[in-house]
Ligand binder design. Structure first.
Ligand SMILES: C[S@@+](CC[C@H](N)C(=O)[O-])C[C@H]1O[C@@H](n2cnc3c(N)ncnc32)[C@H](O)[C@@H]1O
Length: 332
């Protein structure tokens, strides 16, 4: 159900003289007006405005076998990934997640009718992803087991393999080994106590030790090498969004989002924004009460980068986009 509402000047010809089309949701409500010149996504103007908010204050209810995906600990809500995918891509686009874990990005590709490709080093997480797909009856996206640096290097040998968006959640600087205590009062060095107290299965981590400095350098190298390979594979003009949480440890706050911004900018990505995801469901992590003020971190960052085009689009390329967009609206 489309209503053509605006035309380009009369000297344009054929389908390309249509400028904007009103789109409707399945229940008949107007979604607003879609501009056929849209190069980035399939959102109407009204939806685009909402997509630009730099804070997402939202908790996501359990879905897609969260009890299984929870075993990972770093899993992202597929619905949040879907929102990002719909902001930065069009239907049928190809999305790459080089650290796909239990598949937050990949499930979101199914939700948004996009194609996904994931790389994951740990078979356990791949198995969980496949199991979730089976239980939920969704066709799994392509997942490759291995070190993303090697796999991506192989991909870049094929000049025809390019992706439309990179959405990923980087492994933390050995965050896997940080002690955590959900919703718990805790003096530094003491056992956790409080009604939400739960003993962590994770081991102690000291960022001031030689070992952790080394780990930090290894982490930076992994980020640099992976995102350099990704840069080659990302189509010009397209976006890369990276989940990252800052951390407080051993008396210091670590701006890992700034590290990500620095490393990716050095590669050639242009930083466009940070989006803050405030997870309103997140339980408080309380440390140092009455002794020292330590933040209870309930937000993460989604750092948004773009691989800029070296040249502007030609009129022919713009016409192609317009024709493809028209096809999309006719289908809907
Ligand atoms: C933060 S988690 C991603 C979680 C994911 N967003 C989800 O929803 O499940 C990062 C993942 O990167 C994987 N990883 C770490 N180093 C890797 C490497 N070199 N190549 C591929 N995957 C790697 C880890 O096993 C981990 O599952």
């Amino acid at each position: 159900m489309n209503k053509i509402i605006e035309y380009l000047p009369v000297n344009s010809t054929g389908v390309n003289n249509i400028k904007k089309i009103e789109l409707f949701s399945k229940n008949g409500d107007s979604r607003g007006f879609y501009d056929l010149a849209n190069q980035v996504n399939d959102l109407t103007g009204k939806e685009w405005v909402f997509s630009t908010k730099s804070v997402i204050p939202k908790g996501y209810p359990p879905s897609f076998q969260l009890n299984l995906r929870n075993k990972h600990g770093g899993q992202k809500p597929p619905e949040l990934c879907e929102k990002l995918i719909k902001t930065f891509t069009k239907e049928k686009d190809l999305i790459l997640d080089p650290f796909c874990g239990v598949g937050g990005t990949l499930i979101a590709c199914n939700l948004s009718n996009r194609n996904g490709i994931g790389i994951e080093i740990n078979q356990e997480w791949i198995d969980i992803y496949h199991n979730v797909c089976k239980i939920e009856s969704i066709p799994p996206q392509r997942v490759i087991k291995g070190d993303s640096r090697e796999i991506l290097r192989n991909f870049s040998e094929d000049p025809n393999f390019m992706v439309d968006f990179i959405l990923t959640d980087v492994p933390f600087w050995k965050m896997d080994t940080i002690e955590k205590s959900k919703g718990t009062y805790k003096k530094v060095g003491e056992e956790s106590k409080g009604i939400y107290s739960d003993k962590s299965k994770l081991t102690r981590f000291n960022p001031n030790s030689q070992d952790s400095q080394q780990k930090k350098l290894e982490w930076e190298l992994l980020i640099k090498e992976t995102f350099s390979e990704c840069f080659t594979l990302l189509k010009p003009g397209r976006y890369c969004a990276v989940f990252i949480g800052n951390m407080y440890n051993e008396g210091r706050y670590h701006l890992l989002n700034a590290d990500i911004a620095r490393i990716l900018s050095q590669i050639g990505y242009v930083l466009k924004s940070e989006i803050i995801w405030y997870d309103v469901n997140k339980k408080l992590h309380l440390y140092g009460i009455n002794y020292s003020w330590i933040p209870s971190i309930v937000h993460q960052f989604i750092m948004v980068f773009r691989k800029e085009r070296s040249e502007k689009l030609t009129q022919e390329e713009k016409d192609k986009i317009r024709a493809k967009n028209l096809q999309m609206t006719e289908k809907g």
